[in-house]
Design a protein around this ligand. Structure first.
Ligand SMILES: C[S@@+](CC[C@H](N)C(=O)[O-])C[C@H]1O[C@@H](n2cnc3c(N)ncnc32)[C@H](O)[C@@H]1O
Length: 359
């Protein structure tokens, strides 16, 4: 039987599973879920084995909010012996298939962290053997009917149990387990800085940074104190209006790029329509934030917005769908074309990050 293995934040397996099952059924593909509770893993076992790759071809990973990474299995589990593990893995692989890259992965848990040390040791000899057998190739050698190549995933559940599978290079995360490892900048005033850093990396393609994420732009940061997000905007050379009743870090005010207004973010409006970025991290009801963001975009007060929607304790998947639907409805009512993506990013916890712009 074929399964799609999905990686999510531990504790969010239910949402991740509900989402893949819903989107698969829209494509008339069906299966059952196996949730690995608090391990950040979901197995979606498909009734039709051909539907594993077919679903990964049809459904953009970017459309899945709660999934960080995914792959389709090649086998049931591989039992690893205590010795000659590389040989055991090689024997499980079809030598006719080629991959552009290898990802050694584990569950995103404390045990998984321990296991990743073992994976790192195994990675070098495994890569060498895969290259020698021409299973792992450099990108330029690959001709692949599956559009631009595939990535081989080796998911270690323990030192004895392994699941092998592949993802399509053009529709998977470039990061191991879908986790970007970002460095916390020592001058940033709060850890929230990583959330906006990750959001820019995730939502805005690198080759568009020169026009969409560049110095000289004006930005507004709602719920800005102490300034983790403002720091990311300032670092990119932007002029920032920071809205919060709380104090902003002195180091940011000293840059001369930040104007701090102590007021309610729901009442502030810019005097001129020259704001490019709106970022918002106010701890507020997600419905209220969603409405405010739609209004800013529809009234032309900003060109693009990145904001958080807090997740409730229960019914998280349903609530997220309702919040996003309210934004889509507002845009559709005004007959505008838009881009709207939402993701439970690695540095998010009980919230998701949304990017919206009119096009
Ligand atoms: C999670 S903290 C923001 C962290 C900040 N974005 C950073 O990167 O350092 C939430 C902030 O939202 C602010 N806030 C909540 N409701 C607000 C409102 N109605 N108007 C302005 N700020 C608000 C709070 O004062 C608090 O500083």
């Amino acid at each position: 039987m074929t399964a799609i293995v999905l990686y999510c934040r531990p504790g969010f397996e239910k949402e991740c599973g509900a989402e893949i099952q819903e989107k698969a059924s829209w494509n008339e593909m069906y299966g059952y879920l196996e949730l690995k509770k608090n391990q950040g893993l979901v197995f979606f076992h498909l009734h039709d084995p051909l539907h594993g790759e077919a679903l990964m071809q049809k459904l953009p990973l970017k459309r899945l909010i709660f999934t960080r990474q995914w792959f389709v299995t090649l086998h049931e589990k591989v039992d690893l012996p205590d010795y000659n593990r590389v040989e055991a893995i090689m024997e499980s692989l079809d030598s006719e298939w080629q991959y552009d890259d290898l990802r050694m992965e584990t569950p995103d848990t404390n045990e998984g962290k321990e296991l990743s040390k073992f994976c790192r040791k195994l990675a070098v000899p495994l890569r060498q053997s895969l290259r020698k057998a021409n299973i792992l190739t450099s990108k330029k050698d690959v001709f692949d009917a599956r559009q631009g190549g595939a990535v081989l995933h080796a998911l270690f559940l323990s030192g004895q149990e392994l699941i092998l599978g592949y993802s399509l290079a053009h529709n998977s995360s470039p990061h191991v387990m879908g986790i970007p490892r970002l460095k916390f900048p020592s001058q940033a005033p709060s850890r929230s800085t990583l959330k906006l850093d990750e959001a820019f990396l995730y939502f805005i393609p690198r080759d568009e940074w020169d026009t969409r994420l560049t110095s000289g732009m004006n930005a507004v940061d709602l719920g800005s104190a102490p300034g983790g997000r403002t720091y990311q905007l300032v670092r990119r050379g932007m002029m920032v209006t920071a809205i919060d009743n709380g104090p902003m870090a002195e180091s940011l005010m000293e840059t001369g790029q930040v104007k701090h207004k102590m007021m309610d973010g729901f009442k502030y409006l810019p005097r001129k329509k020259n704001v490019y970025w709106l970022v918002c991290d106010m701890i507020e009801k997600p419905q209220r934030v969603a409405k405010l963001m739609s209004e800013w975009l529809l009234n032309g007060y900003c060109k693009e917005a990145i904001f958080n929607l807090k997740l409730p304790m229960k019914g998280r998947f349903q609530q997220v769908n309702e919040d996003l639907q309210s934004i889509k409805d507002a845009f559709s009512e005004h007959q505008v074309k838009y881009e709207l993506y939402a993701k439970h990013l690695y540095y998010d916890r009980e919230e998701i990050t949304v990017h919206a712009r009119l096009i």
